[in-house]
Design a protein around this ligand. Sequence first.
Ligand SMILES: NC(=O)c1ccc[n+]([C@@H]2O[C@H](COP(=O)([O-])OP(=O)(O)OC[C@H]3O[C@@H](n4cnc5c(N)ncnc54)[C@H](OP(=O)(O)O)[C@@H]3O)[C@@H](O)[C@H]2O)c1
Length: 398
Amino acid sequence: MTTIDNKQTIGLFGFGVVGEGLFHVLQKSPATKAKIKTICIKDPKKERSVAKEFFCTDYKTIIDDSEINLVVELISDADEAYTIVKSALLAGKSVVSGNKKMLASHLEELIGIQNETGSALLYDASACGSIPVIRNLEEYYDNDLLLSITGILNGSSNYILSKIFNENSSYEAALRKAQELGFAEADPTLDVSGQDSLNKLIILATHGFGTIVKPSEVFVTGIDKLNSFDIRFSREKGFKIKLIAQATKINENSFNLLAIPKLVTPDDYIFNVEDEYNGVVIRGEFYEKQLMFGKGAGGFPTGSAVLSDITARMHGYRYEYKKRKYFQNPVFTNDVSLKIYLRYKDLIDFGHFDFESIDEKYSGRDYSYVTGNISLKNLHKIQKIISKLDVFVAFLEI
Ligand SMILES: NC(=O)c1ccc[n+]([C@@H]2O[C@H](COP(=O)([O-])OP(=O)(O)OC[C@H]3O[C@@H](n4cnc5c(N)ncnc54)[C@H](OP(=O)(O)O)[C@@H]3O)[C@@H](O)[C@H]2O)c1
């Protein structure tokens, strides 16, 4: 029989953008039989908007409290989040987490602990904030008809790209504005490098295809090298640039993943996903394409996704990882050919890229570009080199 944690006594980790957001969202949902008992934070000297009595700084205060049956982990540090989540699961508590970086690196082990202990870990807030993508992939798309998941999974970089393409803003000014509005972190590296999108993609692919892939196996490149030459190229050809993450089934036995800027046309469903919004296109065998759209970040949108996980636990819900259990899971591969746009300055830099075929080539005084096909394997192999060069890589089509 499934246990129903009807009364939830919560130990909350983190009282930042999302933790504080959740606190207020919970107050707006009086029907939810969940009460925050203790909040663990890092800095005891910070001013807080709720009574001092709630707070502690030692994570064991929550883990060792037998009255607390649900741990909600919303801290910024991925390594410490791992220790907290693992300890809570091993102590038999249910856990809700929003930490995509931690989850992408430790999913395999955390699923194993759930299987051994019977405890449950939910994390719908970790990918696409308020959009219920993970639970839909797990429950509604619980068959093997799924062909691809393509998404704008990072609100900060989408906000930056929208300002550049719609308001002629410079990259630097758009990034500054995103930081002022709280969409981008003080250190925006994870957002603009594509790494945050990749972490979310790893989680979505686990529920979409049943296979867990290590982030280091996947080619990722971001928008941090985008310059005015690339923007002019895109505009002249009628494209917008979007930072996407994509999981694609290649055949019955294999699939690939990548996180990369994409040159999109107006007939692409994600063309009009602007600002801090996220959009995920699910493509399947008989239903063609569906778009899920909504706010991917921010305290209240993400707080409401966390609330949904809390109430799901009240009803005894847990991810069954159905595709991992019941299907032959496709194998991850980089053995595919991609059509890309490569902008470069120096011919030596171009020499690192082993193109299979070239469609278009332009050589200018300041910059040059090539469009053509290249193997994803080659791109993955030179990923570290690419990150050090003055080049911009974008996906045209697979
Ligand atoms: N912001 C979003 O829109 C969003 C969306 C989806 C998912 N997430 C994820 O949600 C999590 C929280 O993000 P956030 O934006 O709310 O972060 P944030 O505003 O930077 O707040 C982080 C909180 O974590 C606390 N903290 C850090 N290390 C800790 C430790 N070792 N023990 C206890 N508390 C600790 C901090 O304490 P102090 O207050 O004392 O500094 C702070 O309250 C992250 O994993 C993030 O990736 C965020």
